[in-house]
Write a protein that binds this ligand. Structure first.
Ligand code: AQP
Length: 332
């Protein structure tokens, strides 16, 4: 079976709909067709400053949500990145074949470092995509399901795999992005031309999976919509309405065309009201299951430790051959 790898950061108290629809939803689907490795990337989560106790708590909440949305520990491997030390061990080597200029061109680094101020942005934030490449390459993943915003990082992972292979001999599978067009980008409810993002959207622009559905309903009611009154899908001229239709369609399973037909002659208010109901019905059971996992943290940690053990079996074999090819001494 083809191998799939993806990761998500534990940097918020909840995933938002962008994370879920752009990435995590596909993780669940792929576990039926792929040998799936999924990771809560806590090493990445410390690149922009953090609180230790909060990080540990958010790592558990992230894992609980992933199990709650349908990741099955029998069918896929879910683990916490810091429990698999091969990730930073490979990242060092990849960092040594990454050009400084090449890393400087990553738009996510440029955006985030600009926001933080260049003096405050960490070296870890700069090398973030190199660690991400190590994550992916350790598992010899063929496919990497991520949102559109991660395309450039994935391109770097491909380049590094090819570069390493040609410098030192065939070692890594060259991964391909698995970006599902329909929901590749969920936008901010208050600024529908920008992506829904925990670090740059205002709270009113984000719908969190674990927030009170009444709060989500309120945000949907005050979502920015477009001029005109017609409910049609056109991401260019009607980004606000199109985003609401995208979310509705993804959660309800009804096609955009079907929704546009159903809302013909009706107003934005009707769409928002119905979307709030769809979101509520969707998140309620997820919230309940997440709570159940969090109520038994010892059991949750056990599931994750088992995942880390499975992950290490694959990661250590890849690291060993990479280190050997680079010319390092054998492990003692
Ligand atoms: N708005 C989005 N639409 C589609 N996909 C999205 N992803 C994130 N936002 C959207 C996808 O979610 C996955 C998890 O990525 P992450 O852990 O790196 O989260 P993130 O990108 O840090 O999430 P944010 O909210 O976008 O955080 P900031 O603001 O810090 O960058 C990835 O596959 C991502 O593509």
């Amino acid at each position: 079976r083809p191998r799939v790898f993806s990761g998500i950061q534990p940097t918020a108290d909840s995933f938002h709909l962008g994370n879920y629809l752009g990435a995590v939803r596909h993780w669940v689907a792929l576990q039926d067709t792929h040998d799936a490795f999924y990771c809560v990337v806590d090493l990445h989560a410390i690149t922009a400053g953090h609180d230790p106790a909060l990080l540990r708590q958010r790592t558990r909440v992230a894992a609980a949500q992933l199990f709650a949305v349908g990741l099955d520990p029998e069918r896929s491997t879910l683990f916490v990145q810091s429990q698999v030390p091969e990730h930073p061990q490979l990242a060092w080597v990849l960092g040594c074949i990454t050009g400084f200029g090449e890393a400087s061109r990553m738009t996510q680094f440029k955006d985030k470092s600009q926001k933080q101020g260049n003096e405050r942005a960490s070296v870890g934030l700069f090398t973030y995509p190199v660690l991400q490449a190590a994550d992916i390459l350790l598992y010899q993943a063929n496919a990497v399901p991520v949102g559109e915003d991660q395309r450039q990082h994935l391109e770097l992972s491909r380049d590094l795999a090819q570069r390493f292979n040609s410098l030192f001999g065939a070692t890594f599978t060259v991964p391909a992005p698995h970006i599902v067009k329909d929901t590749a980008k969920i936008t901010d409810l208050q600024d529908p031309t920008a992506k829904m993002s925990k670090s740059s959207s205002s709270p009113a622009g984000i719908i969190d999976l674990l927030e009170d559905p009444a709060r989500s309903a309120k945000k949907i009611r005050s979502a920015v919509t477009d001029t005109g009154r017609e409910i049609v899908f056109d991401a260019e001229t009607k980004p606000g309405v199109s985003n609401l239709l995208t979310i509705h369609s993804a959660l309800s399973g009804r096609s955009i065309d079907e929704l546009v037909a159903a809302f013909a002659g009706r107003g934005y208010g009707d769409l928002k009201k119905e979307l709030a109901e769809v979101v509520t019905d969707f998140v309620r059971p997820i919230q309940e299951r997440t709570r159940t996992y969090l109520d038994d943290p010892a059991q949750l940690d056990k599931l994750l430790a088992a995942g880390a053990e499975k992950a290490r079996a694959v990661a250590s074999a890849t690291l060993r051959s990479a280190y050997e090819r680079v010319g390092f001494f054998p492990p003692v």
